[in-house]
Structure formats: C-alpha cells, structure tokens
Design a protein around this ligand. Structure first.
Ligand code: HEC
Ligand code: HEC
Ligand code: HEC
Ligand code: HEC
Length: 112
C-alpha cells in the first residue's frame, strides 16, 4: 500500500475511535470499509474476494504487522499454521469482539 494511504487511514483511525465505540455492533469488515475507503482495502483485486484469501491476509499484516510481530503469544504461536482471518473473520466478528480459542481447541484455553 502507498504511504499516503497509510497516513490517511491512521489519521481517520484517530477520528474513528469515538464513532467506533458508539458502533460496537458493527462488523470488523464494515469498520475497515469506512476507515480505509472500501472493500478494496482487503480485497485488493478491485474488491473481488480471492479464492484462498491469501492476498487479503497479506493486507492485514501490511497494516497491523505479521503474526510474529503482534502482541500476545497467541499470535506468534500460530504464525506458521493460521491466517489472521482464521481467528479474526472480518465478516463474522464485530469491532471489539475477541476471537475465541474454542473454535479449534476444546480444553478451555483462552488468550492470556
Ligand atoms: C478487513 C478486510 C476486509 C474488508 C474491508 C472486506 N473484506 Fe470481505 N473478506 C475478508 C476476508 C479475510 C475474507 C475471508 C473470510 C474467511 O476466511 O471466510 C472475506 C470474505 C468475503 C466474501 C466471501 C467470499 C467467499 O468466496 O467465501 C465476500 C463475498 C466478501 N468478503 C465481500 C466483501 C465486500 C463486498 C466488502 C466491502 C463491503 C468486503 N468484503 C470488505 C476481508 C475483508
Ligand atoms: C489464534 C487466533 C488468532 C490469530 C491467528 C490472529 N489473532 Fe489477532 N488476536 C487474537 C486474540 C484472541 C486477540 C485479543 C487478545 C487480547 O486482547 O489480549 C487478538 C488481538 C488482535 C489485535 C488487537 C485488537 C484489539 O482489540 O485492539 C489486532 C490488531 C490483531 N489481533 C491482528 C491480527 C493480525 C493482523 C493477525 C494475522 C497476522 C492476527 N491478529 C492473527 C487472536 C488471533
Ligand atoms: C489499510 C490498513 C488496514 C488493513 C488492510 C486492515 N486493517 Fe485492521 N485496522 C486498521 C486500523 C487503522 C484500525 C484501527 C486502529 C486499530 O485498532 O489498530 C484497525 C483495527 C483492527 C482491529 C481492532 C478493532 C477493534 O476491535 O477495536 C482488528 C482486530 C483488525 N483491525 C484486524 C484486521 C484484520 C484481521 C485484517 C485483514 C483481514 C485487517 N485488520 C486489515 C487498519 C487496517
Ligand atoms: C482457527 C483454529 C485455531 C484457533 C481459533 C486457535 N488455535 Fe491454537 N492452534 C491451532 C493449530 C492448527 C495449532 C497447531 C497444531 C497443534 O499443535 O495443535 C495450534 C497450536 C496452539 C498452541 C501450541 C500447541 C498446543 O496445543 O499447546 C497453543 C499454545 C495454542 N494453539 C493456543 C491457542 C490460544 C490461546 C488460542 C485462542 C487465543 C488459540 N490457540 C486459538 C489452531 C487454532
């Protein structure tokens, strides 16, 4: 992504904090659409979803950092085995909703 886009999405993110807290029921995808200007921010091929969602997940990492750079050991642990959207499906989770471990582990573990 271009630096100007990063700068404008970061500037918008600052102004979104208040609106975001009012719209807690908003899907993560819609939140990103409004913040960054469209479906294309993740579906970089003119807004059309890819077959395997690899390019979409590369966009997550290009803005937020790769799994081994993010805070929380649950990120680094899964760096080789999962994509961001395996846990943070942006069309299923709302803003502020934490991904659950139960979808894949059945021993009651949770993020530290
Ligand atoms: C924050 C990034 C992001 C944004 C913004 C986003 N999407 Fe997605 N979208 C994804 C990811 C990641 C998946 C794959 C989810 C999964 O693993 O099932 C997906 C899946 C989809 C799918 C399902 C495709 C399939 O083959 O199952 C459709 C349709 C879709 N998105 C449409 C849209 C539209 C339309 C918009 C804009 C209104 C949008 N998306 C905005 C990340 C995003
Ligand atoms: C194993 C599931 C899992 C995977 C895979 C995962 N995350 Fe997370 N992520 C979580 C959980 C759980 C939290 C909440 C942790 C907490 O608040 O202590 C979180 C928190 C976050 C946050 C902070 C959200 C907030 O509430 O401020 C961001 C940003 C984030 N993840 C981005 C990513 C990106 C980008 C990727 C892919 C490189 C990724 N995550 C992969 C589970 C996952
Ligand atoms: C164009 C840059 C960009 C892309 C691409 C992007 N994000 Fe974000 N995302 C942001 C910004 C900016 C925020 C708001 C500030 C923050 O919370 O870090 C945010 C917020 C979030 C949050 C925290 C929302 C909350 O609960 O408060 C999560 C989780 C997240 N993004 C995950 C993802 C995932 C997963 C993907 C890929 C499917 C993705 N992002 C793609 C820029 C991006
Ligand atoms: C989308 C599926 C999925 C989710 C959700 C998920 N994991 Fe995992 N996790 C895996 C896979 C796949 C592995 C690697 C195979 C294995 O070792 O079981 C793994 C391995 C691990 C490991 C290392 C091996 C072990 O079992 O101790 C830890 C620790 C772990 N996950 C913790 C978590 C935590 C904490 C969460 C919730 C924040 C979580 N996982 C959510 C799929 C998932």
């Amino acid at each position: 992504m271009k630096l100007t886009q990063i700068a404008s999405s970061l500037a918008l993110a600052g102004t979104m904090t208040f609106a975001g807290s009012l719209a807690a029921e908003e899907l993560l995808a819609d939140f990103h659409v409004e913040m960054n200007g469209g479906c294309e921010s993740c579906h970089v091929n003119d807004g059309v979803p890819s077959e395997d969602f690899v390019v979409e997940n590369e966009q997550c990492a290009s803005c937020h950092g790769a799994a081994d750079e993010l805070e929380g050991e649950h990120h680094a642990i899964h760096a080789e085995v999962l994509m961001c959207s395996d846990c943070h499906n942006p069309h299923e989770l709302n803003v502020g909703q934490k991904p659950s471990c139960d979808n894949c582990h059945d021993d009651g573990r949770s993020a530290p």
